[in-house]
Every structure is written in C-alpha cells, then in structure tokens.
Design a protein around this ligand. Structure first.
Ligand code: WTA
Length: 644
C-alpha cells in the first residue's frame, strides 16, 4: 500500500464522542507552548498532593530528571482513599473474573480495606519506606492489592511475571534486594491448575537472596510446601490484620516500582519509576487517551500485571481515575474462544485495551465468534505492545467496535511509564496502522542515523526531545547503563530503540525495533538473553537468535545453534533446547524453531550477522553477505535449515 492510500483512509471521531471528549484540540497547543507549565497544571488538576510542589522539573543533572520534587503524595491514597472520601466508596473498583468461572467484586471501600490489611501485614514483616518487595502472582485481585500496599508504605515493588522461571525470579530478587516475596499457590490457565510456589522455593533454595518472608495467597488449593519461619498464608495473616491504615505522604521522587525488562545484553534492566510524575502522566493519559469517564465507564486492560501495561493501566491508572475495571485471570480460549466477548457482555465493558497479537488470533478464529455476543457497550478500543497492522486494525474497528468505536494505538515503553504517542480519540481522525502523534506535552522526532536531520520518507529513528513526567528515573543500581543505553547516541535526547517514519500528514508509523530486542506477542525479549540460556546448555557450543516475522505473534524466536562434538543434529536435541530455554527464562521465550547448523555467519571481527539469519528465518533471499569472513557459510546454513 502506498502512502497516499494510507493517508486518505481515516476514521473521524463520531460526533457525539468528539462533543463529549475530555480533552479537545487546544491541549496540543498548550502542551507545546509551555510543556512544564502544562504538566504542572495536569498534575495539580489530577493528583491529590498532600503538599504542593514549588518546582516543576529539575533537569540540572541530565539525564537524571526530577519532577515536582518538593511535593508530597501517597500514590495508594490517590487510588483509594480519595475516592472513598469523595463518597464513591460503593463504586465497584474491580470486577474479577476467574478462569474457572468464579467472580468477585470489590468496591473502592472494600479495596481500601484489603490494601490497608496488606499494608499492616507488610509492616509487621518489617517492610518500610524505601524497601523492595517482590510480587510473583497471577492475575488475581491480590496482585493489585499487593502493589498498592507497597505503594501505601512507600516501598517499591518489583513484579515478576508469573510466566517467568525460578531463575529469572531469583536474579530479579537478588538485583532488587527484595526482603519479602508475595506469591500464590498457583492459578488457573487454559483449564488447568498451574503452580507458582515451587518456583519461589527453587528461587530461594540457594540461600543467596535477602528474602526473609514469603506471603502465599491460596488460589487453587493445591498442596504447597511451606517453609517454617519464612512462609505464611495470606488468609492466616493479611485477612486477620486491621483494615485501618493511615497513609503517610512521601516525596514525589520516592521510588514506586522497579520493573525488569529486556535490553540488548543478556542481563535484564531494572527500570525505576517514581511517584508524582508517574502518577501525573498515567492519570493524564487515562483522561486524554482513554477519555476516562469514571461514573459510567467499565475499563478492561487485558495485560498481565507482570508487564508495564498492567502496572500503568491495571494497577494504577484506572484506580487513580476512580474507574470500575475488569481483571481476568485466564486465557482467551477457556472454556471457549468466546471468553473475552462473554466478559465484555457480562460486565458491559466500555473501554477495551489489548495487544495486536490477540486481535490477530481472534481474526483467525473467525468473526462469527464475537458476533454471538452483545458488544454494544464498547465505546473505545485501545492497542498496545507492537505495531498494529492495518488489516487487524480494521477488523478490530469493524467486528469488535461495530464501526463506531475510535481505536487508540498507543506507543510507549516500560521506560516511558505511560502513553507517549497515541491519537486523542475525540480530536484526531484515526488512521489504521499509525500511532499518529505525540500526546500533548510530549515532544518526539524521527531522525536519521546522525540525529541531525529529520528522517526521509523511508524512516529513521524515534527520539524524545524533552523530559516527561513518567520517564524512567534510571536503571536500578546502574546509572552508567542508563546513560549509555538511552542518552549516549544523541546528545540530551532519549533514544527509544524503535524505527519509525512520518507520512505526508506528519503521522508516525512504527517500523519495529532497531536493536536486538524482539517483540513476541507484544512481549519484549532480548536475543542475547535467549542466546546465553542456550549456550548454558551442555550440548550447545554457540547460538544466535533472531526475531522473524510471524503472522500471529508479530515476531517469533528462531534459534540457530552449533552443538558440541558428539551431540547429533536431531529433532530430539532441537526440542530439548527449546524446553531448556522455557525452563531458564519462561515459556514465552521458547524458540519457535531451533535449527542446528555447522556454522554461524560472522564478520572478520567475529560479530554474528543476525540480519542474514533473519533472511533465512523469514524465507527470503539472503542479503549482502560480503562482510562475512567466509562467504560460503550462508549456503551451508541454508542447506541445514532446509533439511531440518
Ligand atoms: C513496542 C509496552 C508500535 C516498541 C508498552 C517499544 C509498539 C516496545 C507499540 C516497548 C505500538 C509498544 N506501536 N510498537 N503501539 N507499543 N511497542 O517495554 O518496540 O514491553 O519500544 O512496553 O514495544 O515494549 P514494553
């Protein structure tokens, strides 16, 4: 498709939607005229500050920003107490849908009581402001309760996705120096019980972590080993704690959470977020991008709390905005492929926020499945995690949104904390496949390799020009890596790692990562991390991993390995290596295919040319291989791939 057809096919906001929209066109101008003033205004309007701030942005020591630094607030108070005090204690905060069909509702007053109990219990376990707590839980209300309890105490949480392995959990616990782990016996997925507690036991079994206590939520009732003196049941402790807890107020820059994400090296980065700026931008994007109407909306963000989307748009955004939200524990095909639509119908969901990979899966399952449900409650749809291809966008718009719901394609990252580029749904005519424009108060550019010129029509690199309130404050315990990763390529400019281009209307289209980070089903994985898991296996001598285009998951992990002498090239070995990665990192990192090859393409300086392997994995003619030390290698590789 050419630019001009892309540019002409737009969907104007429905007139009633535009008329009632929270944020109108003038916000763009105000954000551009004085971004600090703009964010100060949003912050005072949307956040309850216990002590107002006098300084907006401190950028005296770039790239280390401080926002609203002398203000004081409590993030959990903003998510709970203020709604109860305003008389909305009876509004439902969370409608939980368990996978087996059980459900549970918590009003704001009830959620406040649960969070207060958990905060009291954590205090009893010695957790204080400034400490870290690891959370390894499924998608159940206790995940959000635990996060808010930490926030209430001024302790930072480090949520580790329940699909990650014991090893991944252990390294994150050690890096963050967590004193307490909150977990569950297990959960329900795809109609089966999965277990979590054994991974915690394994993670702690080396005796090299600072963990003193483990709190265990009973979800499935399966048998678990409890270690005397270390492990306690949530229902024996938290449930009996006092439901009263007075929130203390902390500095705006008090750490709120650490969330580990994949980078270009094998070691995940602990992305640090703080309180006042983060909450400001999360709340502003709830208002501006999701057009949040707390009295009438029912919000459903389908992301797991193990990812940043689940932090900003499950745990913090909807609750700080005082909305009713849905939390679903399980998979979209349990008990059948209509599960999501049944949940939308039952809960009268108005705002659905999901990943393109899910949309593409539903497309494959067929439109007659959602057609069986009443989806007329929906008024706004969101997309996140990877570029949404125009075809999936149109299907989402037509089949799920009934042609009447604007779609906000939201570009952001773990590092940015909240939306950065997304259409304002009541203002812009949306365009399938494009995330369009930075939100008000944010300044981005698409530049060429030198960073000095705007990129041409073929695209270039996305950069962020000015600090923003919810920006990461650093990489935990690694300021040098923070500078090096994001701020060294161009001066005083944040380098996002994404390729992008602008069309003739100035709208931004994302082209995928420009580094060795893959995006599989909207989840970030690093090639280096999977490669180091592979070479840790005794059969593997060398490994190279690439992300190859995949119809459903966006990208798929494809591994090329050289095995050690004596190990044969067999499907069994390849399968064993797939399983090994699943065990080391987690099932999401399992390669779709493992090719056993005799050589890897290397430059004379020994650097693996992944670009060429990607050509093989994507079934394309192999590109320019003149810089290879041995140019015949690609033929050997293609021959062994053809055989496997
Ligand atoms: C990609 C997820 C295109 C991008 C919130 C980014 C997107 C990485 C979009 C961050 C989008 C996310 N369009 N690409 N709407 N949203 N990405 O940290 O490559 O898990 O750098 O944060 O996902 O992934 P992360």
């Amino acid at each position: 498709m050419t630019d001009s057809t892309e540019a002409t096919e737009t969907f104007a906001p429905p007139p009633e939607f535009a008329a009632a929209a929270n944020v109108k066109e003038d916000a763009y101008e105000r954000g551009a005229a004085d971004f600090e003033g703009f964010w100060a205004e949003q912050s005072r309007d949307l956040v309850d500050w216990n002590e107002d701030f006098t300084e907006v942005l401190d950028w005296s020591n770039p790239p280390f920003a401080k926002w609203f630094a002398d203000g004081k607030l409590n993030v959990a108070y903003n998510c709970l107490d203020r709604h109860v005090l305003a008389g909305n204690g009876d509004r439902v905060a969370i409608n939980f849908e368990g996978e087996p069909g059980d459900s549970r509702s918590l009003t704001y007053a009830e959620l406040l009581a649960e969070v207060s109990k958990a905060a009291n219990m954590l205090t009893e376990l010695g957790v204080e402001a400034g400490d870290r707590v690891a959370i390894y839980l499924p998608m159940i209300p206790e995940a959000v309760i635990s996060m808010l309890a930490c926030a209430r105490l001024g302790a930072a949480h480090s949520v580790v996705f329940g699909g990650f392995s014991a090893d991944a959990l252990r390294s994150r616990i050690i890096d963050a120096e967590a004193r307490v782990v909150i977990t569950a016996d297990g959960s329900y997925r795809r109609g089966k019980e999965t277990s979590l507690k054994p991974a915690v036991d394994e993670a702690l079994s080396h005796g090299d972590t600072p963990v003193e206590s483990v709190l265990v939520v009973r979800r499935t009732g399966q048998d678990v080993d409890m270690t005397e003196g270390r492990d306690q049941w949530w229902h024996d402790t938290v449930d009996n704690a006092s439901p009263e807890h007075e929130a203390e107020f902390f500095d705006a820059e008090n750490p709120l959470f650490i969330l580990y994400t994949s980078g270009t090296t094998g070691k995940p980065k602990g992305i640090l977020h703080t309180s006042g700026g983060y909450l400001t931008q999360v709340l502003y994007t709830m208002k501006a991008v999701f057009d949040a109407k707390p009295e009438t909306d029912v919000f459903w963000c389908t992301a797991d709390v193990g990812w940043v989307t689940g932090h900003s748009y499950v745990a913090y955004g909807p609750l700080a905005a005082g909305m009713t939200q849905v939390i679903y524990e399980g998979t979209p095909d349990t008990p059948d492929q209509g599960r999501w639509w049944e949940i939308v119908e039952k809960n009268k969901v108005t705002t659905l926020y999901a990943a393109p990979t899910a949309i593409r899966t539903f497309m494959k399952w067929g439109e007659d499945i959602p057609a069986k449900y009443d989806l007329t409650s929906l008024r706004l749809l969101g997309s996140v995690g990877e570029p949404i291809n125009p075809e999936a966008w149109r299907w989402y718009h037509r089949v799920i949104g009934g042609g009447r719901c604007p779609i906000v394609d939201t570009w952001w990252q773990t590092e940015t904390g909240s939306h950065m580029i997304a259409p304002l749904p009541g203002v812009l005519a949306t365009k399938p496949g494009s995330a369009q424009r930075p939100i008000p108060g944010i300044s981005v550019d698409v530049v060429d390799e030198t960073g000095e010129h705007p990129a041409g029509p073929e695209g270039g690199l996305l950069v962020i020009r000015q600090p923003w309130p919810s920006m990461l404050r650093g990489i935990w315990k690694d300021p040098e890596r923070f500078k090096e990763t994001y701020w060294s390529r161009f001066e005083d400019t944040y380098f996002a790692g994404d390729g992008a281009r602008r069309d003739e209307d100035g709208d931004i289209w994302f082209l995928g990562r420009v580094d060795d980070v893959m995006n599989v089903s909207g989840h970030r994985l690093s090639t280096a991390e999977i490669e180091s898991a592979l070479v840790a296996h005794p059969s593997v001598a060398e490994a190279a991993v690439v992300g190859a285009a995949d119809d459903t998951s966006g990208q798929a992990v494809i591994a090329f390995v050289i095995v050690v002498d004596g190990v044969e090239n067999s499907p069994e070995v390849a399968e064993e290596l797939r399983q090994h990665v699943g065990k080391e990192i987690g099932p999401i990192a399992k390669p779709k295919r493992v090719h056993i090859v005799s050589e890897l393409p290397k430059t004379r300086s020994g650097k693996i040319m992944r670009r060429l392997l990607k050509d093989v994995a994507e079934n394309r003619a192999v590109g320019d291989s003149t810089t290879l030390a041995d140019s015949s290698v690609m033929e050997l590789i293609e021959a062994s791939v053809a055989k496997s």
